[in-house]
Design a protein around this ligand. Structure first.
Ligand code: ZN
Length: 279
């Protein structure tokens, strides 16, 4: 049976700077333009962070509102996913944009190490973010940096803290967190299927040179794939990625290789149980 692949593009993130790769979109106008090209290339989810003028990360709801408006205007149908990740703010400021009611938001449900610090997701904040998503009708994407995060999502679903069947993203290759390990990856898939059903959709992201590795594993295993300059600014050891769209094209090529259609935005919304168009 046909299983279209949803391509998510993580356009900016909170870490890469123009000095790392000048293609990293920083201003809202750059972000809308970069996302539009990625949308035309086949991406149907835009995973978004916002930045200050000096490129430092921001969690300003006004910036998120401007970006969301720009994307809805220029990329109609595309799924807008706003980040509540911990690099962009502290405590409840991380969820200050949820009243904007984006289609989706990322949700980390546990703590782990990052390259130079602890990625703190204390239980009371996780509960609060999930509650905000529930009350504003925002679908969470569970960021699984560790196996325990998948099981935590199951617990939250059972308790009604997460309304829909959890949509989990496996994140691998963050230094000091879970490496890109194929056996663990396979066990993640097995765990998602055991806890959420054999037909439960899932996605995967790899950091740096692991991006293309995880793209390959996800597309060939029936999952959905995330790419973009947030996770990786290079094509290979010697070449920078010219754009987010170029990274999307690499995933499209994998879909061709493994004979999977690239999901249209309508298909992506149907797979994820989202409303057909943004309200
Ligand atoms: Zn992010």
């Amino acid at each position: 049976m046909e299983n279209p692949c949803i391509i998510c593009v993580a356009i900016t993130g909170s870490l890469p700077r123009k000095a790392d790769n000048s293609a990293v979109p920083i201003t809202i106008a750059e972000q809308v333009e970069s996302t539009h090209a990625a949308f035309e290339a086949g991406a149907t989810i835009a995973h978004c962070h916002v930045r200050n003028e000096d490129e430092t990360p921001s969690s300003d709801p006004e910036k998120f509102a401007a970006l969301k408006e720009g994307l809805e205007k220029h990329c109609p149908g595309m799924i807008v996913q706003l980040s509540t990740g911990g690099r962009s703010g502290a405590g409840q400021t991380r969820g200050g944009m949820l009243p904007l009611r984006p289609d989706m938001a990322s949700l980390s449900v546990g703590s782990n190490n990052f390259p130079t610090r602890v990625y703190e997701n204390p239980p009371d904040l996780v509960d609060w973010l999930a509650g905000e998503m529930r009350s504003h009708g925002v679908k969470p994407e569970i960021e699984a940096f560790d196996l325990s995060h998948i099981l935590k999502a199951k617990e939250m679903w059972d308790k009604g803290q997460i309304v829909d069947r959890p949509y989990v993203q496996f994140v691998m290759g963050v230094k000091n967190a879970m490496p890109a390990d194929r056996e663990v990856f396979n066990y993640y898939i097995q765990t998602v299927h055991r806890l959420f059903g054999a037909d439960a959709p899932w996605c995967a992201a790899g950091i740096g040179p692991n991006q293309i590795v995880l793209n390959d594993w996800a597309v060939s295993s029936g999952g959905h794939a995330r790419t973009g300059l947030e996770d990786n600014v290079r094509l290979d050891k010697t070449r920078l990625a010219p754009s987010n769209a170029t990274l999307v094209q690499r995933v499209v090529a994998l879909c061709e290789k493994y004979e999977r259609p690239v999901a249209t935005w309508r298909q992506a919304r149907a797979i994820l149980g989202l409303k057909p168009v943004s309200a």
